[in-house]
Ligand binder design. Structure first.
Ligand SMILES: NC(=O)c1ccc[n+]([C@@H]2O[C@H](COP(=O)([O-])OP(=O)(O)OC[C@H]3O[C@@H](n4cnc5c(N)ncnc54)[C@H](O)[C@@H]3O)[C@@H](O)[C@H]2O)c1
Length: 383
């Protein structure tokens, strides 16, 4: 497969690029360093530094003999993007290139503006670049389970059949996000669905839950091939953050009652899900949606798991409920369907004590880099 990975310098993009390259796919990466720049500007750099993208692909080639092509540029620049599509003629494009942080999107007007423009215009440009250069190309878009919110009914995989006054039809499952970032993901889905109907594009939208972990077969080859590990409130995901908090002797920051339930997955499973979607593409004129999670936990359960393993390793882990800076339900019904990717062959990696021990080990190796002031900042959804 010729696969174009947009956002290929990111937490998920880089491990995906290496994995696909390792499997013999021809990989082309685009990134504009938005994430690196935001982290630098906001003083929330990852736990350890990561070589730039050009160095990363050079190291990858030295170690494996395999080539990954890179173009540094902005997906919101249509001239740039359409040239990349025209030059590479991808069979699959994976769209990771968005501002991915909910708290960042709620920081201030500038952050809201950047998030909205970046996420919607990049998606619009990708749709157009596919239509004008490679209309049969399969678009794999990373959405989020946060698009659904926490409804008091079971969450289906993307679609809901509704019977109303004796008639039936199928619609996108009702969406009700709880941050501006998640709202842009809903708007992405709507854009894709519109152009699927009008132009017959082939699209898979992966409603992904928060990802944890940093080890994949390829990142384990050499430390310089690691992916980002953010532990701050803006760009770190919850399991990653709790582990750093445990190692730093900082009480695990549970928001409010801690009954918020979400679906989670290991970074290895993200790569597997995207690959399964790529190898089994959506049909032309189809918007196919999978819920990309492997198990669900409340925040209290996650804190408990991290505390147990942390204590076994000799850390004295405390858990503290802090005032919830977000506007969200702290106790609610949550029952999402997530069978589609398993039917395609996904074999999940679960959040076991062993997985947590190996994450602790990596964080402990970099303990001296933990900056306590980066851990919690309390970005409020409303002041
Ligand atoms: N990490 C998670 O837990 C998670 C969960 C659900 C969904 N997602 C989605 O998966 C995708 C990837 O997430 P991630 O955690 O790897 O985020 P990330 O920020 O690490 O990666 C995104 C990459 O895209 C790049 N980028 C952003 N806008 C760009 C643009 N206009 N042009 C070129 N490059 C651009 C960034 O520089 C970054 O390297 C995002 O769309 C995110 O919303 C992530």
């Amino acid at each position: 497969m010729r696969v174009l990975i947009l956002g290929g310098d990111g937490y998920l993009g880089w491990p995906t690029a290496m994995s696909f390259s390792n499997k013999g796919h021809e990989v082309f990466i685009v990134d504009n360093y938005l994430r690196r720049n935001l982290c630098r500007d906001l003083d929330v750099e990852p736990l350890f530094s990561i070589p730039n993208l050009l160095s990363r692909v050079r190291i990858w080639k030295e170690l494996t003999g395999k080539e990954i092509n890179v173009r540094l540029g902005d997906c919101c620049d249509y001239n740039f993007l359409t040239k990349v599509f025209n030059e590479f003629k991808p069979q699959t494009v994976i769209h990771y290139a968005e501002q991915p942080s909910a708290p960042y999107s709620m920081l201030d007007h500038n952050a809201a503006h950047l998030t909205l423009l970046n996420n919607l215009i990049s998606t619009l440009n990708i749709i157009w670049a596919v239509k004008e250069n490679v209309p049969d190309c399969h678009i794999i878009k990373l959405g989020t389970m946060g698009e659904y919110g926490t409804p008091n009914i079971d969450i289906e995989e993307g679609w809901l059949e509704i019977e109303h006054k004796g008639r039936k039809d199928k619609f996108l499952f009702p969406r009700q996000a709880s941050s501006l970032y998640h709202t842009t993901k809903i708007q992405d889905t709507d854009l894709l669905w519109f152009y699927v109907r009008i132009w017959g594009l082939r699209v898979t939208d992966l409603m992904q839950g928060p990802v944890y972990g940093l080890s994949t077969d390829e990142t384990e080859l050499d430390e310089r091939l690691s992916t980002f590990f953010n532990y701050d409130e803006l760009f770190g995901t919850v399991v990653n953050r709790f582990i750093v908090q445990a190692v730093a002797g900082y009480p695990l920051t549970v928001y409010g009652k801690g009954g918020q339930t979400r679906g989670y997955l290991n970074i290895r499973d993200t790569i597997a899900c995207v690959e399964l979607s790529m190898l089994n593409p959506a049909d032309s004129g189809e918007l196919r949606i999978f819920n990309q999670i492997t198990e669900t936990f409340t925040v209290n359960e996650l804190a408990g798991k991290v505390a147990k393993v942390g204590n076994e390793r000799g850390h004295k882990v405390a858990i503290k409920s802090v005032e919830n800076p977000r506007v969200e339900q702290e106790e609610h019904y949550y029952n999402p369907v997530f069978s589609g990717l398993k039917e395609l062959g996904l074999e999940p990696h679960f959040l076991t004590d062993d997985v947590l021990h190996s994450m602790f080990q990596i964080v402990e190796n970099h303990k001296e880099n933990i900056a306590r002031h980066k851990i919690f900042r309390g970005v409020k959804w409303k002041s």
